[in-house]
Design a protein around this ligand. Structure first.
Ligand code: ATP
Ligand code: MG
Length: 291
């Protein structure tokens, strides 16, 4: 059997579940090459000193905390719930979901205040306890492993605390949203020792790749044409635009301008540019952005 190389960085990811596909995609976008067919316990990267281990997501924080692996990718929700002794390095911008309180549509529970001394089913007992304690609402918590959303119909609980991303599971089970406890996304976590030991440099190189993919997601590359004399207005219109690349067009008095625009202000910036007089605007996705 092929063995793990202990000099390499070890990263644990979810073997099979909601985070698996996007995690593999993120690693591949970071330029890591590896096989990942099913039934594998681990993969060695061909072009980086990294071993990828496939495990249950619940086990990842403990593996990282104990140093069995150097790195892990889990939902922020698991960190909030288990508070493991690990360092969080990056938010990965996928696996978005929220931990919410919900009650049956038909019930007379309309706000979390109505849950005083009522029973709540959840797989997140610690997060639930903390939330209701901070609100000064005493509740009884029933710890359920799976299919929490059916517990009110079974008469096991008056309300639930569960993860949801689109709310469709709630609607399907005739539940209504009462409150958001917290938002979550996939995060990269590390063992504290790995940040200072012999693998420190390797980790820095891996982080450069990861950050390159994440920054690229936040920006778009934009090219446009404009009359030369509106350049100052164009520069004002793009937030954070310092020195755009400018080239002369053959048509006298016209320039071509290239810059990057942040995703969250993208459309409003494009509209502003058009109003000022930019034309022939071309937008390209950025694959990686190393800063
Ligand atoms: P495992 O078999 O690895 O223990 P699991 O059943 O505990 O898997 P999944 O349901 O696959 O876990 O969810 C993994 C993570 O995906 C969650 O911890 C959460 O961070 C994220 N996630 C994103 N959207 C949702 C959602 N709608 N419901 C639950 N989790 C979600
Ligand atoms: Mg799990």
């Amino acid at each position: 059997m092929k063995k793990l190389n202990n000099n390499n960085l070890k990263l644990a990811i979810q073997k099979k579940g909601r985070l698996t596909e996007e995690t593999l995609e993120f690693l591949r976008k970071s330029g890591l090459e590896f096989e990942s067919y099913k039934q594998r316990l681990f993969s060695s990267c061909r072009n980086f000193a990294l071993e990828i281990l496939y495990v249950r997501d619940d086990d990842i924080p403990d593996y990282v905390a104990s140093g069995t692996v150097d790195l892990g990718i889990v939902g922020q929700n698991i960190l909030n719930e288990k508070r493991p002794r690990v360092k969080k390095l990056l938010n990965l911008r996928y696996g978005f979901c929220s931990l919410i309180v919900a009650s049956p549509k038909e019930s007379n529970i309309r706000s979390i205040e109505d849950l005083r001394n009522k029973t709540i089913a959840t797989s997140y007992p610690e997060s639930t306890k903390k939330f209701f304690k901070e609100k000064n609402i005493p509740v009884e918590i029933v710890n359920i492993r799976g299919s929490v959303e059916i517990t009110p119909a079974l008469g096991v609980a008056n309300a639930i605390v569960d993860l949801t991303s689109s709310g469709s599971t709630l609607a399907l089970n005739d539940l209504k949203l009462l409150e958001n406890i917290y938002e979550s996304e996939a995060v990269l976590i590390a063992n504290a020792q790995t940040l200072v030991n012999g693998k420190k440099l390797l980790l820095e190189n891996l982080m450069t790749r990861f950050k390159g993919v994440l920054s690229a997601k936040e920006y778009k590359y934009v090219m446009m044409n404009a009359p030369k004399d509106i350049l100052p207005q164009l520069e004002n219109a793009v937030p954070g635009l310092k020195s755009p690349t400018i080239s002369q067009l053959i048509q006298p008095g016209w320039i071509s301008l290239q810059t990057v625009i942040k995703e969250d202000v993208f459309w409003e910036t494009i509209e502003r540019l058009k109003r000022i007089g930019a034309t022939g605007i071309i937008v390209l996705p950025i694959e990686k952005m190393i800063i």
